[in-house]
Write a protein that binds this ligand. Structure first.
Ligand code: ADP
Ligand code: ADP
Length: 237
């Protein structure tokens, strides 16, 4: 069963000002992301990538079309059921989105609290995660004491806290230098290989896709204009 199935997904935003026309950010996207793969979505700024991510994570409703996660539809579900679904999808971001007033520990604990995981389980879970991302010695540090790569590793630990089956990485290496980018991509490969988590990498950077994605969809003006194995898509003229 695919991890994510999109069928004819459309997202149209109302006009920003009176007299302007509505903007279709995602314009009839259909694709299947297999369980356990690393799937890339690439395109220029404005192509609709981030909108697509927000639809997959059910942060915004679709205008039309159908989205299934692990074979069950999320489109049309009431908010209460969506919250449970979201716990199955982790997310990491370009600007890391860490809580600056919380420690590393507190950041990773946040989703456990939100999901109502019993306090007694936090200790084991958080230290496991911090070991996995190589930050066991930074539990008491605050984000402003960390490098960009370390911040993103906290982001990854936090995203994995509720044991999601899917990780969405939205421009997750775009704020990092090339060396740190490779470190974070290596960690994402371990997340995929050792934890069996399906990863969707959204980026405008071809090198990132080439380095990590099994398959890639190229987006332009809200549509998927090309899809296939990464080496095929980037070798075609
Ligand atoms: P990308 O992530 O590929 O840069 P986006 O999904 O952010 O693309 O944007 C796709 C298009 O949708 C852009 O034209 C953008 O201006 C528009 N858009 C995105 N979010 C909104 C919104 N909340 N309201 C109106 N238009 C939006
Ligand atoms: P906040 O969530 O306000 O940022 P902390 O992250 O400092 O607070 O701590 C949250 C809770 O986790 C506290 O009860 C703290 O004692 C506990 N805690 C923090 N770091 C560790 C650690 N390395 N090992 C065990 N418990 C910890």
């Amino acid at each position: 069963m695919p991890a994510i199935t999109l069928t004819d997904v459309v997202k149209t935003y109302p006009p920003r000002e009176k007299g302007a026309s509505p903007l279709t950010a995602v314009d009839g996207v259909s694709l299947e992301i297999a369980d356990g793969e690393i799937f890339g979505i690439i395109g220029y700024s404005g192509a609709g990538k981030s909108t697509l991510v927000r639809l997959i994570n059910a942060l915004e409703p679709t205008t039309s079309g159908r989205i299934e996660i692990d074979g069950s539809p999320i489109t049309g579900l009431p908010e209460r059921q969506l919250r449970a679904k979201r716990a199955g999808i982790g997310m990491i971001f370009q600007q890391f989105n860490l809580f600056s007033s919380k420690t590393v520990w507190g950041n990773v604990e946040f989703p456990l609290k939100a999901a109502g995981v019993p306090k007694a389980e936090h200790q084991r879970r958080i230290s496991e995660l911090l070991h996995f991302v190589g930050l066991a010695d930074k539990a008491h540090a605050r984000p402003d004491q960390l490098s960009g790569g370390q911040k993103q590793r906290v982001g990854i630990a936090r995203a994995l806290a509720t044991s999601p089956g899917i990780l969405l990485a939205d421009e997750a290496t775009s704020a990092l230098d090339p060396e740190t980018t490779q470190e974070v991509l290596a960690l994402l490969r371990r997340v995929n290989a050792e934890l069996g988590i399906t990863i969707v990498v959204i980026t405008h950077e071809m090198d990132v896709i080439k380095s990590i994605a099994d398959r890639v969809a190229v987006m332009d003006k809200g549509r998927v204009v090309e899809i296939g194995e990464t080496f095929e898509v980037f070798s075609s003229p």
